[in-house]
Design a protein around this ligand. Structure first.
Ligand SMILES: Cc1cc2nc3c(=O)[nH]c(=O)nc-3n(C[C@H](O)[C@H](O)[C@H](O)COP(=O)(O)O)c2cc1C
Length: 175
């Protein structure tokens, strides 16, 4: 079986998640093609499973992932999983809204009935931000009760076991 893992990522966080998902699917017997939608425009035809992922910025999917869904949604019906990495997934009181806004609403907007959706807590890579973005992110984190962050290293909320389990269960659903 063939799987396409197509993603857009601003600071590399979702890219690393996509790679890990790809590794799990390979170990489950899938032939996996990883595709960075900022660089490529893959054709989803001929794949048994298509995963589309995105980082979230200011409440939005990255535009290349949205474009991929807009262009290909008819071909994606019945064989697609959606996943995002974002800050809100790491905040208990914001999680449910993140699932609705970043996954359920996006699936509905493009008329996709996903096989599965993955809401993953992301990572803040301070070295990728300019001064203003750093201040903005620190402000958002402060509202969420995260104060005095050490910006000399990434603030990484990714739960790799959860991500791997999700990918393994997805493989099981499709096989
Ligand atoms: C400028 C900026 C805006 C962000 N806006 C949001 C947001 O609106 N909601 C959210 O949950 N996370 C937000 N985040 C957190 C990112 O979604 C998170 O860091 C994600 O893992 C980034 O993935 P990427 O590097 O693949 O794009 C924001 C991060 C930055 C730097």
């Amino acid at each position: 079986m063939k799987a396409l893992v197509a993603y857009s990522s601003n600071t590399g966080v979702t890219a690393e998640i996509a790679e890990r998902i790809g590794e799990v699917l390979s170990s489950e017997g899938f032939t996996v093609v990883l595709s960075d939608l900022k660089k490529e425009n893959p054709n989803p035809e001929g794949y048994d499973l298509v995963l589309v992922g995105s980082g979230i910025k200011m409440g939005q999917w990255i535009k290349e992932s949205k474009q991929f869904l807009a262009v290909n949604h008819q071909m994606l019906h019945g064989k697609t999983a959606l996943f995002v990495s974002c800050g809100d997934a790491a905040v208990p009181k914001k999680k449910a809204n993140a699932q609705t806004k970043y996954l359920d609403a996006v699936a509905e907007m493009y008329s996709i009935e996903p096989v599965s959706t993955g809401l993953f807590a992301g990572c803040f890579k301070w070295n990728k931000y300019n001064f203003f973005v750093k201040q903005l992110v620190k402000g958002i984190l402060k509202e969420d009760g995260v104060i005095g962050v050490n910006t000399s290293e990434p603030l990484d909320y990714r739960d790799w076991t959860r991500i791997e389990t999700w990918a393994r269960e997805l493989a099981g659903k499709v096989r």
